[in-house]
Write a new protein. Structure first.
Length: 142
């Protein structure tokens, strides 16, 4: 893990990069005979980060002078819970410790998962759901 120039909060390129983190349909899976909607936690996390990014970006430009929305608060609470439930308890070095702040660095090797299978399955599920939804609408109009 390293700092990145990508995923800026308020540039056109950064916004496009954030938009690319979710598969088509926002990562909502439709399962079972009734095509019940479900979200995979990783996609929920990414949506919440983007919602918070968007809220912060609008505040940085002065466009919004309102308190955080219910959705902003939901996302902050959801991410807090997920971090506590799935905490990585390894020690990370801190440099420049002052009373005001410390800069934690991530020099440790973190092992990331290969998410391509998850994205592929989500895309396939979305295509299948669209096909079934279109077929149902066509059947209703006939």
């Amino acid at each position: 893990m390293e700092n990145s120039v990508h995923y800026a909060s308020n540039t056109p390129q950064g916004i496009a990069e954030w938009n690319s983190t979710l598969p088509t349909g926002g990562g909502i899976l439709h399962l079972g005979d009734d095509l019940m909607p479900f979200s995979i936690s990783m996609f929920h996390h990414l949506r919440c980060l983007d919602i918070i990014r968007e809220s912060l970006a609008s505040r940085m430009t002065g466009d919004v002078d309102t308190p955080p929305s219910m959705l902003d608060r939901h996302c902050m609470n959801y991410l807090r819970q997920m971090i506590l439930c799935h905490a990585d308890l390894r020690l990370e070095p801190v440099r420049s410790v002052t009373k005001a702040s410390g800069n934690t660095i991530s020099d440790l090797t973190h092992t990331c998962q290969d998410w391509t299978a998850l994205y592929t399955a989500a895309e396939e599920n979305h295509r299948s759901w669209l096909a079934k939804s279109t077929a149902e609408q066509t059947h209703r109009t006939v």
